[in-house]
Design a protein around this ligand. Sequence first.
Ligand SMILES: NC(=O)c1ccc[n+]([C@@H]2O[C@H](COP(=O)([O-])OP(=O)(O)OC[C@H]3O[C@@H](n4cnc5c(N)ncnc54)[C@H](OP(=O)(O)O)[C@@H]3O)[C@@H](O)[C@H]2O)c1
Length: 222
Amino acid sequence: MESKTALVTGASRGIGKSIKEVLTTDGIKIVSPSRNELDLSSSESIDKFLSQMSEDIDIIINNAGILKVGKHNELSSDDFHEILQVNVVAPFRIISGFVEKMKIRNFGRIVNISSVWGQKSKEGRTLYSSSKAALDALTRSLAIEFASYNILINSVAPGYIETDMLKQCNTEDELNIIRHTIPMKRFGKKIEIAELVKFLTSENNSYITGQIFTIDGGYTSK
Ligand SMILES: NC(=O)c1ccc[n+]([C@@H]2O[C@H](COP(=O)([O-])OP(=O)(O)OC[C@H]3O[C@@H](n4cnc5c(N)ncnc54)[C@H](OP(=O)(O)O)[C@@H]3O)[C@@H](O)[C@H]2O)c1
């Protein structure tokens, strides 16, 4: 994979940073724009980034995502538009911006970082669950469109992973309760997500496309 270049969004911290580190160790060149260079909440910023990017991208990891927690009457339609923009529309725009050149090279690997909340939900997760379910649908649909070009696209759907996002919306007491609801009795590690992404984006993955890979220590099996 030494000659490949990967675009990783949201690589400043959390899961994205781990993905960047693991792919770098594998000899892959990484393009990981800061929010100043690519703000996924802004159509104009995405336009500008795409128009300035001359580099060929072989691998896309749509990792950046936002979470908004609240009941239906606590969040506005602006909140809904914003979460859909960052979690669904932006990945679509990024993929569309690079896929035509991938088709010419007859190679592409794309991973969208989704969530278990795209498959099930919990109180206050209406907007987030809707956005991740839409992202999974996008994965399945684009897989059909791109398959004949050797462009494989999959979702990775983490459960509870040790990150800022996890701490942002749960107290220590809540985290202790949640931990015991996970069959493996622990939260996932960022590197565990990164290792799965590494396989899916490698040439070793030659036949898996359009799938949603849940990685959650057995949480959704119950
Ligand atoms: N943590 C979990 O337990 C968990 C579980 C399931 C799914 N996920 C998913 O995994 C992905 C990564 O989550 P994480 O926990 O690692 O997140 P995180 O620690 O909150 O980091 C989010 C990353 O996304 C970037 N980002 C957010 N909004 C952006 C925007 N408008 N434009 C550009 N970049 C933006 C952030 O950049 P800045 O540094 O500039 O803010 C940061 O690099 C997300 O899609 C999330 O939904 C996480």
